[in-house]
Design a protein around this ligand. Structure first.
Ligand code: DON
Length: 603
């Protein structure tokens, strides 16, 4: 970080220290209960931390010396751990977890979706794999608009037209081919067993499936997938402990096991998928499937104090945005100000406002649009974006547009982290987009398809399901990848592996990752505390800050409101983090989010 930039940023702090924080006051009218932009439904137990605690719960991290897996589901974490214990490396375990999640966590785990992998080997080499879905070859820029140019509601969200060409199977095959140690058959087998023999639903699994029962029957008429049948003509509700067996999915996984990527992108599975698309007026063809290939991309690397950030470049916006956020924050004494003090929060919100405005203007598939990645992360550019910042008053989002870069032509997700005995680390975020994606189950093949097309900007300025707006850079085009916010990230400290981090949460992914990192590196929390800590989010538009109940003290709320910030208290939660931290003694702390079924397993 350049000295001059530091100075520019610290000056306002000196001025601020004389501002007095308001005393805890009456509950303000402006704090509104809300469902937020994108919200998880939380059927689990209410927050278990003490009412005045800044933590969602008192969960403790899991400590291991030889390997650690943190994922969204206990069965999947166990699969990963077993693979590590059987001599597999972090990539073997990650591939096994991805396939296991497709069975036990069908709301987001997938073979019908896509994702991103950040991999750092134990010598410090880093790689990123983009296995994001692509628009089908027949997709067109205005495919979701009517003849008057209005968005046809829902078409990019549910049903056959909402899907991009899936990337997960190709991604896993690529990752395994390059870095795997165990056989492909070995890493596929646990998922096949779980599909064939079934697994016991958790309470959350059962409630989530019950909630989509209507969509299952209307979008998939005549199919019995994911319904609990009690007779050939009758179904009932799922309960905790019920066994979910997925015979067709097991066969699909077996085809992938015996034929590799061809078991999905060609032959029987491809035929079933293309037939399903035809049945529901979807666009994906066998040709699209055959042509799909994931891409190795150069990781984004940036420094923050003693840390190196290794993260995902476009097609995700997550890495660029995270580095921008951290660089905006770096010059300020957050540690001294304290966790979620008004000054800390204000700097973070203002950084988020500017970063999401840039996201909307500049970010898109780098194979289609020129994304000025280096420029966006440069100190000079960021400094120019900060000139209208003042501690006295919130910046108005209407006045903040994407920055100026000369020469630039305008034109339900899940995360898991794995570290093995040798210190190789994998950070993967993968998704169908919304919970259970498009809710289309491929007949005969038994898996959900994504609704990732909604991550494109279907019309300039029209918000997607996460309230994000976009522009030409993220317009639909045949074979183009839709922009993502997924932010799988690895941190080094003094050049050594330090943290593996990531989360689902749509547009809130970037800010949850940002806060979790700062919680550790600035506020001295353990990995699990950083995950447990309550979170907040701002994304430029809409111009408001949403926060988990308890994330801000009454005094902070009062001060921020006096400075013009619109605050919205969420009725549920932000983030489902799954992370690993390397502790000073070399042991691993696995941290999984207490907000859902997330589980860390280590040895
Ligand atoms: O790629 C993205 O940014 C979104 N499709 C992620 C969706 C998501 O995180 C939903 N789940 N929680």
């Amino acid at each position: 970080m350049k000295q001059s930039f530091l100075f520019l940023f610290t000056l306002p702090f000196v001025l601020l220290t004389s501002c007095k924080t308001q005393s805890p006051g009456s509950k303000d009218a402006k704090v509104r209960e809300s469902q937020g932009v994108y919200q998880y439904r939380d059927e689990g137990p209410a927050r278990s931390g003490t009412p005045t605690s800044p933590f969602y719960s008192d969960r403790q991290g899991v400590i291991g010396r030889n390997g650690m897996v943190a994922s969204a589901h206990p069965e999947a974490s166990q699969v990963g751990l077993n693979v590590l214990k059987a001599g597999g490396n972090a990539v073997d375990a990650a591939v096994a977890v991805q396939f296991a999640l497709a069975v036990v966590f069908p709301s987001a785990g997938n073979i019908g979706g896509g994702g991103f992998m950040v991999y750092r080997d134990n010598t410090g080499n880093a790689y990123t794999l983009d296995y994001r879905e692509k628009a089908p070859g027949k997709a067109t820029q205005n495919m979701y608009l009517d003849s008057l140019g209005n968005v046809r509601p829902g078409l990019s969200i549910s049903g056959h037209l909402a899907s991009g060409v899936p990337g997960s199977v190709d991604g896993m095959a690529e990752a395994h081919k390059r870095f795997g140690k165990l056989s492909w058959a070995q890493v596929l087998q646990p998922a096949i067993d779980l599909a064939e023999k079934g697994f016991d639903l958790t309470q959350r699994d059962a409630l989530a499936l019950n909630r989509i029962k209507n969509d299952l029957t209307t979008i998939n008429p005549g199919k019995a997938y994911f319904l609990k049948s009690i007779s050939p003509t009758d179904t009932t509700t799922w309960h905790k402990g019920d066994l979910l067996v997925q015979t067709d999915l097991a066969k699909t996984l077996q085809r992938i096991q015996s034929q590799g990527r061809a078991g999905f992108y060609e032959g029987e599975t491809a035929r079933l998928l293309a037939e399903e698309m035809k049945r529901g007026n979807g666009l994906i063809t066998e040709e699209d499937l055959k042509n799909y290939h994931s891409v190795w991309r150069e990781p984004i690397r940036a420094t923050y104090k003693r840390y190196n950030v290794i993260t995902m470049p476009p097609t995700s916006s997550g890495g660029v945005a995270l580095v921008q956020l951290m660089r905006f924050t770096e010059p300020y004494p957050l540690k001294k100000w304290g966790w979620n003090s008004d000054s800390t929060v204000q700097v973070m919100i203002e950084a988020e406002r500017r970063v999401y405005a840039d996201r909307a203007k500049f970010l898109g598939d780098p194979d289609f649009v020129k994304v000025p990645v280096d420029k966006l992360m440069s100190v000079d550019y960021l400094r120019s974006r900060w000139t209208d910042f003042s501690f006295a008053k919130a910046t108005d989002s209407k006045a903040v547009k994407g920055g100026n870069i000369p020469g630039y032509e305008s034109l339900e997700t899940t995360h898991f982290s794995v570290v093995d005995k040798e210190g190789n680390a994998v950070s993967i975020t993968t998704t169908l987009n919304g919970g259970y994606g498009s809710r289309v189950v491929i007949g005969g093949a038994g898996f959900f398809m994504n609704n990732e097309m909604d991550d494109f900007s279907v019309k300039p300025g029209v918000p997607n399901m996460f309230g994000l707006i976009g522009n030409q850079a993220n317009a639909i085009a045949p074979n183009k990848r839709m922009l993502s916010s997924m932010t799988p990230t690895i941190l080094e400290k003094d050049g050594k592996l330090f943290m593996v981090v990531g989360t689902p949460g749509g547009s809130t992914i970037i800010t949850s990752v940002y806060q979790t990192i700062l919680n550790v590196v600035e506020h001295g929390m353990t990995m699990q505390q950083a995950v447990n800590a309550l979170k907040f989010h701002h994304q430029w538009l809409p111009d408001k800050t949403t926060f988990e109940n308890g994330a801000f003290s009454d005094a902070t709320i009062q001060t921020l409101q006096n400075r013009g910030y619109i605050l919205e208290k969420l009725t549920n939660t932000l983030g489902r983090m799954d992370c690993v931290l390397i502790r000073p003694d070399g042991s691993y702390e696995g941290a999984s989010d207490p907000r859902a079924d997330n589980t860390a397993r280590g040895y």
